[in-house]
Write a protein that binds this ligand. Structure first.
Ligand code: UD1
Length: 402
């Protein structure tokens, strides 16, 4: 068996890599897959909080299937127990086989450090493919490393576009999709975006939403969380707030606009605000009105419980726009755009903008004309099964004779 001597390049031509020098990596070039009697090794990358709930259902499905051997890699982009460890435990993810422990830094530092450390893992594991999820720095960094070593890349949540290149996540999405070999799409806009960008249709599969698989899988358990009693919220009307986008929280004037709107809303509806670490630093100098209760970030089950019992969620998160749509909870997105347009077109989401005036206008509109919303196509809890079908199809031609 020789799994290391050749790579398939983009033009599907076999070529030998001509690395020279002590510290240049050997080729892993394994686009062809695995020998007949071996499972396909899939390196599954998770780095930041929103990755974990997207990966968990697919990792479980891969782990149960004899054709695959998933290996979990945590880049350590998020590292606090409240942002990472707690989610692994609640979602039933095993301890990662590799933890790169990169921590925080500037975009360049973080991305570069992930790339440097991940390369060694790919060289050691020699996977048949690397699976990346979402749009965080870990996603783009690991996709780049893999592709440059000739390893196939599978991207979960491909094709989403905000068309706003000032968002770091938009750059990560564009880079990752441009070099992925199998693109698993959550909503129809993703299909159209990839088609317009010239991605071959044979690479693209509309599988639905893995984040909603996790939501439905854990919903009943989450609803029995004691969090409502602990916070004295049982039977009460309340709203939930989350904020962490750099464009909203890093600029003091912008943050003040949003806080001004939250203050007015909180006179009508008490707001509960679990604070992301990035935002915590910015809020330290701000005076909060009594109607806004701050807390540490919540675990997954507590947050789902709170969200599913709330009257409205005000957020700049991507995933929460989707979860509120799946739950039928009104959502005001504190942004001017969304890469998840189906949540606005079909779901309960409204783009509220980021000025005090626009947020309060959206709040009034939400009260006067509530959107019933419907759950989008294929957000049914079975996206992992469809992802497995797409992956088995992808690998069916990639057996190497023994
Ligand atoms: C990252 C993702 C963003 C995602 C978000 C979810 C990128 C470019 N951004 O943004 O897409 O929506 O995660 O949370 O990948 N920190 C801690 N503890 C942690 C992690 C971070 O205290 O466990 C603090 C650090 O001070 C760090 C800051 O939070 O500097 C921001 O973390 P970082 O991973 O750089 O970006 P996020 O804002 O979390």
């Amino acid at each position: 068996m020789n799994r290391t001597s050749t790579v398939q390049n983009e033009g599907q031509q076999s070529q030998t890599l001509g690395f020279r020098g002590e510290d240049t990596p050997r080729d892993v070039g394994n686009n062809r897959g695995a020998p007949l009697n071996e499972p396909f090794c899939i390196l599954c990358v998770a780095g930041a909080r929103p990755n974990f709930m997207k990966l968990a259902p697919l990792f479980r499905a891969l782990d149960c299937h004899p054709e695959f051997r998933p290996v979990l890699v945590h880049t350590g982009q998020h590292y606090d127990d409240s942002m990472s460890g707690q989610f692994f435990r609640e979602l039933g993810l095993p301890l990662p086989s590799h933890n790169l422990e990169v921590g925080s830094g500037s975009h360049a530092q973080q991305t570069a450090e992930i790339m440097k450390r991940f390369e060694g893992v790919v060289l050691e594991e020699r996977p048949s493919a690397v699976l990346v999820v979402g749009d965080v720095n870990s996603t783009a960094a690991c996709a780049l490393v893999s592709k440059k070593l000739g390893v196939s890349v599978i991207h979960v949540e491909a094709g989403l576009r905000s068309f706003d290149r000032s968002m770091p996540e938009e750059i990560n999405r564009l880079v990752t999709d441009a070099i992925s070999d199998l693109l698993l799409v959550t909503e129809e806009s993703g299909l159209h975006n990839l088609e317009k960008e010239g991605v071959g249709s044979e690479k693209i599969h509309f599988v639905g939403n893995l984040m909603i698989d996790s939501l439905f899988f854990h919903l009943e358990h989450a609803r029995s969380s004691p969090i409502l009693d602990e916070l004295g919220l049982r039977g009460e009307r309340f709203g939930v707030v989350t904020l962490h986008r750099p464009s909203n929280v890093d600029d003091a004037v912008q943050l003040q606009e949003i806080l001004g709107a939250l203050q007015v809303i909180s006179e009508d509806l008490p707001l509960y605000f679990p604070v992301h670490p990035r935002t915590r630093v910015r809020l330290e100098s701000q005076k909060m009105s009594p109607g806004i209760r701050l807390s540490e970030p919540l675990g997954y089950l507590d947050f789902v419980c709170l969200m599913s019992n709330s009257a409205v969620v005000l957020t700049d998160s991507g995933g929460i726009q989707e979860e509120t749509t799946a739950l039928g909870i009104p959502c005001l997105t504190l942004r001017n755009n969304t890469e998840r347009p189906i949540t606005v077109d079909e779901g309960t989401n409204r783009l509220a903008g980021t000025s005090q005036e626009s947020i309060l206008a959206a709040w009034q509109e939400m009260k006067s004309s509530p959107k019933p919303g419907r759950v989008p196509k294929l957000w049914d809890g079975n996206a992992a099964g469809r992802s497995m079908v797409a992956m088995r199809g992808f690998f069916s031609q990639r057996r190497i004779p023994n």
